[in-house]
Write a protein that binds this ligand. Structure first.
Ligand SMILES: *Cc1c(COP(=O)(O)O)cnc(C)c1O
Length: 238
């Protein structure tokens, strides 16, 4: 087996496991497995991994740095997949991200909304947005995300830009606590949001370590890196 064939076999086995875990997590709580979208987080991984996973049927990919995401998007050409941007976004990178991202999941402030909308307008594109919520309730930690009580106001601001479509909410569980409480709060917030913006149905929650808890709490999108692609090697961490 060549190194390439070996990698494809590895990714295929990992994907089968992750898909199995998604089915199990949904069945456990009486949900339909097809209600969950698997987003493969391919940050710090070669574009060959993206192409291999796409060939295996993965439809959604997520990246967290503009430069790397833009390069991969270019290298993938016309590949018919959905590109998510999940990293902390600086305002001066928003226009670049608006040129290739289908859904930006990390929007947490008004300045970013405006910069993305103007970038999308210049690119002649429509960009989906999920608002990233800070579930940590710990302002000192400086975590990314809008405070829960500010979500609805930010959503109203976003709705004024025709280039952006509000898809829903995204969150990362706070470190070191049982994620179920935070994920339940996210679900409650998503229901409130949907009351005013019915199309905003996306709940992006759950990573390799807390995917089942997120699915139990109503996630529609899980963002999986390590469980699909294997542990990141030190040399790849930049
Ligand atoms: C890296 C990353 C993930 C994936 O994390 P894993 O633990 O490797 O599954 C999910 N969401 C965001 C925002 C990330 O940066």
């Amino acid at each position: 087996m060549s190194a390439t064939e070996q990698r494809i076999a590895e990714l295929s086995a990992n994907l089968e496991q992750v898909r199995g875990a998604i089915v199990q997590a949904t069945v456990d709580v009486g949900r339909d497995p097809s209600s969950i979208t698997l987003v493969a987080i391919t940050k710090n991984r070669p574009v060959a991994d993206v192409l291999a996973l796409a060939a295996l049927g993965v439809t959604d990919f997520g990246e967290n740095r503009d430069q790397e995401a833009r390069a991969k998007h270019e290298q993938c050409g016309e590949l018919a997949v959905t590109w998510h941007f999940v990293g902390q976004l600086q305002r001066n990178k928003a226009a670049s991200v608006a040129r290739y991202a289908d859904i930006v999941e990390s929007v947490d402030r008004e300045a970013l909304v405006e910069a993305l909308a103007r970038g999308a307008q210049r690119a002649g594109r429509s960009v989906g947005v999920a608002l990233q919520v800070d579930l940590g309730n710990d302002p000192a930690a400086g975590r990314a995300g809008v405070a829960p009580q500010a979500v609805l106001a930010l959503a109203d601001t976003l709705a004024r830009w025709p280039q952006l479509s509000l898809r829903g909410l995204m969150a990362v569980a706070p470190l070191g606590v049982d994620p179920r409480g935070p994920f339940d709060r996210l679900y409650e917030l998503a229901r409130q949001l949907q009351g005013e913006h019915p199309a905003a149905t996306m709940i992006s929650a759950g990573m390799s370590s807390d995917m089942a808890a997120a699915i139990a709490a109503g996630a529609t999108h899980v963002r999986i890196g390590t469980a699909l692609l294997g542990p990141r090697r030190a040399a790849e961490l930049t």
